[in-house]
Design a protein around this ligand. Structure first.
Ligand code: ZN
Length: 348
């Protein structure tokens, strides 16, 4: 340990506290979760430095409790690693704008989109693509697109964490039949992680982070076992924002072989309006909308998000909504309406 301020500094951190006033960065570079549940000296000092940066940029008085919302997305300065530029927009909005302009210049997102959907890529394999299938709105519309509209040979893999209602599993099976896709259900028990998170809501224990890691690893192993190294997700925003904007992330399997996960709706530049006709076509069950919280397939956010908000004063779902607004999938007003629907939208 070289200095007190480095205590608890995450391994992912790529910016030091001393650099914060002098350069622009994203929350990814701080290594802190925008959920605001990281504790310890490093998290506190980084957050404080971001608050000072916002105050200076906006020409307002510094306060450790500064809580301003970005003027174009729903990130707040209460979210760790987030600060506002002089124009009132957050660092993530700015980073996206720069990343997107660069991607347009080089054509990198268009290339990723082509390799994601190109049937020639899997000519020798038994299938063209694996869909990471949760049964929620986004991955169901994605399944409809690749299987029904593109005619790709598709396996849709649901990783059941024990919190997926049975009508969702049944609907997944029906949707696959309708789409002409093979339905595969894998399972694992998220129970111990959920219990731990109920007892102590910290970022590292946030079950959705753990679940999405297990989910991706399981699906990567499955895809590789079928000779397919391409997985499509219903994710509506980037996989990486820096060093360059990208809609694909490679996951290493146990053997070391890489499987690529594509955020297809993001690469197709879909908006929320692009989902509806596809959900209709594939027979998505409206009962999914009755699941509490932001998820349309899993019970965990409805159970845990209120506890996280009470513990930290920050909505865990607000960061995802902010990413979706920045990527152009939903509007800021739609995100604010969603936040109001399920709780408070403080800092507006
Ligand atoms: Zn913003």
């Amino acid at each position: 340990m070289t200095s007190g301020v480095q205590e608890g500094r995450p391994v992912e951190a790529r910016i030091s506290v001393a650099e914060i006033p002098g350069r622009d960065f994203t929350h990814y570079e701080t290594g802190l979760s925008p959920l605001g549940t990281d504790r310890g000296e490093y998290a506190r000092v980084v957050h404080d430095a971001c608050q000072r940066k916002t105050a200076l940029n906006l020409g307002i008085a510094y306060s450790p409790d500064l809580d301003r919302m970005c003027s174009t997305c729903v990130f707040r300065t209460a979210n760790p690693g987030v600060y506002l530029h002089p124009d009132g927009r957050c660092n993530i909005c700015h980073a996206f704008e720069h990343g997107f302009a660069a991607a347009e210049r080089t054509g990198s997102l268009a290339r990723e989109r082509e390799e994601c959907l190109d049937p020639a890529e899997t000519r020798g394999a038994d299938l063209d693509v694996v869909v990471a299938f949760s049964g929620g709105k986004d991955s169901s519309a994605t399944l409809a697109h690749v299987s029904r509209e593109r005619g790709l040979r598709t396996h849709a893999v649901l990783v059941d964490n024990g919190y997926i209602p049975s009508f969702v599993v049944e609907n997944c099976r029906r949707m696959c039949r309708r789409a002409g896709a093979v339905f595969v259900r894998l399972s694992f028990d998220l129970g111990p992680v959920v219990s731990r998170a109920c007892a102590e809501p910290t970022a590292t224990a946030y079950p959705c982070n753990h679940c999405s890691k297990v989910f991706k690893n399981e699906i990567a192993e499955y895809a590789l076992s079928k000779g397919c190294r391409r997985v499509v997700m219903g994710r509506n925003f980037w996989a990486f924002l820096e060093p360059r904007l990208s809609g694909v992330r490679e996951i290493q399997t146990r053997t070391g072989a890489g499987v690529r996960f594509y955020s297809l709706p993001f690469l197709l530049r879909w908006t929320h309006g692009d989902l509806e006709s596809r959900l209709e076509a594939i027979g998505w069950d409206r009962r999914h909308e009755g699941i509490p919280g932001m998820s349309t397939n899993c019970l965990v956010p409805g159970i845990l998000d209120p506890r996280y908000e009470t513990a930290t004063g920050i909505r865990p779902d607000a960061a995802i909504l902010a990413h979706e607004v920045i990527a152009g999938f939903i509007t800021r007003d739609q995100a604010l309406a969603k936040l109001r629907q399920t709780g408070r939208a403080a800092g507006e």
